[in-house]
Each structure stands twice: as C-alpha cells, then as structure tokens.
Design a binder for this molecule. Structure first.
Ligand SMILES: Cc1ncc(COP(=O)(O)O)c(C=O)c1O
Length: 420
C-alpha cells in the first residue's frame, strides 16, 4: 500500500481530509473472495459500501455484479460499465419511481421484501410494458448466534418471515412479476469461516422451507454475505478459503435439489471487497490538554468517516492512525506513544474517531492516516452536517494517480423562488 511520503504528497496536492484508494488492493480482495466461493457462484458488489464508479468499474472489469439500493447506486453501476443483467436491486421501501427507473434501465431482477413490494414491482413492470423477476427476501426463523451485525432472525424490516411464507403462500404472487428465487441476507462482518458457514446453512434452510410452501420454479438463490474485514484499524483481510468446499456441498446437496435447471447461486460483499483499498488522511488542526487528557483535533471527523458507526450500523469506531509527516514534510519523531482523544471538527461530542488512541507527539500541521476505510467511509458519514467540504478522493493504481474527484453537495431550486 502507498508509502507515507506518497500519501503526504497526495495530501499536499489534493488537500485534506482526503481519501486515497489503491485499486490493486481492490483486485486482490476480489481475487481472495473468489477463491473462497465455488467457481460457478456469482458475486455481487454491494455499492452501499462505496458507490464510487472508479471502484465499481474495477470490480465490474474483474467479473463482479452489482447489488444496488437506489437510483444513484444503479446509475453508478451502469456508468461503471455493468450491463443491466448484472444488477440486482434490493432494499426495503422501494418506490414506484425507483422501480421504474431501474426497469427503464433494463434491470429485471429485484429482491422483494414483502407481498406489497412484490405487487408494486409487478405494477411498475406492467406499466413499463415488461415483466420483472423477483427473488423473495427471507427472514429466517432462527439465526446462528455469534459475532457480526445481525439483520435477520428477529423482527425486522428486511425480508418476509419464513413462517409468514409458510402460512400464507398465496400472498406471495403478483401480476407482472415472476418469482424466480430467494434472497437471504442475515448480517455483516463475520470474521470466522466456520461461523459464516453456519449462516449460509441457515440461509439454505430458510430457502428450502419457503420453497416447500411456494413451490416456484427456482432459478436463482442469493445467499447473501457477511464476509468480515477490519474497519479503520490495521489488519489484513480474513482468509475465507475454507468456505469453498463447504459452500460447494451446500449448493450441491441443499440448493440444487430445489431446482430443475442449474441454479444461479450468488453471494454479496461490500466491506471485504472495498475495505482494504481505502485510507483516510487528515491533518491535525489543534492539540491541547483538557482536564488532563490530550485532545487532537483533525480536519475530518464523522462528517467524512464512519458517521454511521455512532448508530451501530457499522462496528464501533476506534480508528487507528499512523503519523505521516510534520506538515507533510519532515517525519514526526518516533517518540513515545501516549493516549490521545482523536476528534474531528464538528460541533458535537459524537465527533470522536478514537477516544483512546496511542499517538506520538503530534502537532498542528501533522498528517495522520487511518487504514481500512475503503468501505463505509465517506458515504456512510454525516456529510451534510455543518456543511464542511467533502473530502477529495484519489484513486491510485500501483501508486499512480488514475483519477481524483470531489463530491459537491448543494441546494438546487425545484420551484421558482417567491421572495417578498
Ligand atoms: C442486503 C445486503 N447486502 C450486502 C450488504 C453488504 O454488507 P458487507 O459490506 O458487510 O459485505 C448489506 C449490508 O448491509 C446488505 O444489507
């Protein structure tokens, strides 16, 4: 990954706060995850982790599909060169306008969360003069205990309870749409292959149970993901290679018998694919002692990094940072490390990237770099709060700048102004 001097040079050139992505890391992550999946399985990149087209383009070129939840995620996937057939639209509360947008772009495959979602999709498809394909998202009855961020097995807006499907199979039919399979996504950020194998087995059980009630002609099953990755702390990607034979068996023994034709079985990942590719570089603006504790204030905080961590959507934030250089030039002396509070620039006590971060004697002007934030970084943050400029994003390939962009947030009139 990019060395400190180069990061400091990029910070000088593009300003801070700054995201720096290395595309070769993304390719390496994709290759590692492919090694963990049976060859014939599909893999969706979940754009919610990071929808930047430079990243999506790279993954698309490697053979990845796209899982999208909004018009702009879909637009990013299409701009990145993905064919509509490689896009799966997911998520609760899809509107008719969003469905129509996707249908007009040629997308035909949707994960539906409920009979209402299914009927709305059917109506949108009919209005568009076409038919859609739906995967019914299931909420399994039980969910294996353990680490990770659970999104199933409890009352939830995600999917339909398997018990509901069992008791009211007739509710899961609609005009204009063919139910062609199932989608299960029970959670995120599992680090252990064994545990993940348990999740996938539970997902396959849920699919088999629902299929017993619905008896559709199954063509596709999206078993979800949960592939964990370090977040804002140092560390390499977990090795999920042990999953491959387990998943092969699961597909052969549990899923294939549900279908008459070869099944399209797919998995999803956001953080595992994009996590390692990104670093966040901030400049220290202020250092002071408050009630005996050292407070280091950086020019980027939860407006630009991991704002959702405070909402427990992503792991709690305890960002690690390495010092890059004094004012981007001379290195910070490798003196003793002392605990500091690393705070951002927002007017809220929530804006703390790490309450106990061992740091050397940093001074205003020094640069800090936070690793493993290619997923759930900028777009999972409180970008509009306080209106600070969003960080620039620089994309490197083998250390060479391939693209650099900035996101602009501004108000646009949608009606004529009538001032007295
Ligand atoms: C349906 C679905 N797919 C994929 C993901 C991506 O999760 P991760 O980034 O942990 O791989 C999520 C995360 O919330 C999700 O809800």
């Amino acid at each position: 990954m990019t060395d400190p001097a180069s990061l400091a040079g990029l910070a000088e050139r593009y300003g801070t706060p700054l995201y720096v992505y290395e595309l070769s890391e993304l390719r390496a992550a994709y290759a590692a995850l492919r090694q963990a999946l049976p060859e014939e399985a599909g893999l969706y990149y979940s754009l919610k982790a990071n929808p930047h087209t430079e990243l999506v383009r790279e993954l698309a070129a490697a053979g990845c599909r796209a899982e999208v939840c909004s018009e702009s995620e879909l637009d990013a996937a299409r701009t990145a060169g993905l064919p509509a057939a490689a896009v799966l639209c997911t998520g609760p509360g899809k509107t008719t306008a969003e469905l129509r947008h996707a249908l007009d772009h040629g997308v035909r495959r949707f994960s539906v969360e409920s009979p209402v979602d299914l009927a709305r999709l059917g109506a949108a498809a009919r209005a568009a003069g076409t038919r859609a394909e739906a995967l019914l998202r299931l909420n399994p009855e039980t969910y294996p205990a353990g680490a990770g961020l659970a999104m199933g097995g409890a009352p939830t807006q995600f999917g339909s309870d398997v018990a509901w499907v069992r008791h009211s199979p007739g509710a899961f039919r609609a005009e204009g749409v063919d139910l062609v399979g199932y989608h299960v996504y029970t959670g995120s950020n599992v680090q252990e292959p064994d545990q993940l194998a348990g999740w996938f087995a539970a997902a396959a059980d849920a699919v088999a149970e629902a299929q017993e009630a619905l008896r559709i002609e199954v063509r596709a099953v999206d078993l979800g993901g949960g592939f964990g990755h370090p977040y804002l702390v140092p560390g390499g990607r977990p090795d999920f290679g042990a999953l491959r034979p387990v998943l092969r068996d699961l597909m052969k023994e549990r899923l294939a018998p549900l279908a008459e034709r070869p099944l399209d079985v797919a998995f999803e990942s956001g953080r595992y694919l994009a996590g390692a590719a990104g670093r966040f570089v901030v400049r220290v603006q202020d250092v002071k002692i408050s009630k005996g504790r050292r407070i280091v204030v950086a020019d980027g905080g939860i407006n630009a990094l991991g704002g959702m961590a405070g909402l427990r959507r992503i792991p709690p934030m305890a960002a690690a940072a390495v010092t890059l250089g004094r004012g981007g030039a001379a290195p910070v002396s490798a003196g003793p490390l002392d605990e500091a509070v690393l705070a951002g620039p927002l007017c809220t006590t929530l804006d703390v990237l790490n309450a106990r971060l061992p740091l050397p004697d940093v001074r205003p002007g020094d640069l800090l770099s936070i690793p493993n934030c290619g997923a759930y970084g900028m777009t999972a943050s409180l970008l509009a709060f306080l209106g600070r400029r969003p960080p620039a994003e620089v994309f490197l390939d083998g250390g060479r700048v391939r693209a650099a962009t900035t996101l602009r947030l501004s108000h646009h009139d949608i009606a004529p102004r009538r001032h007295p």
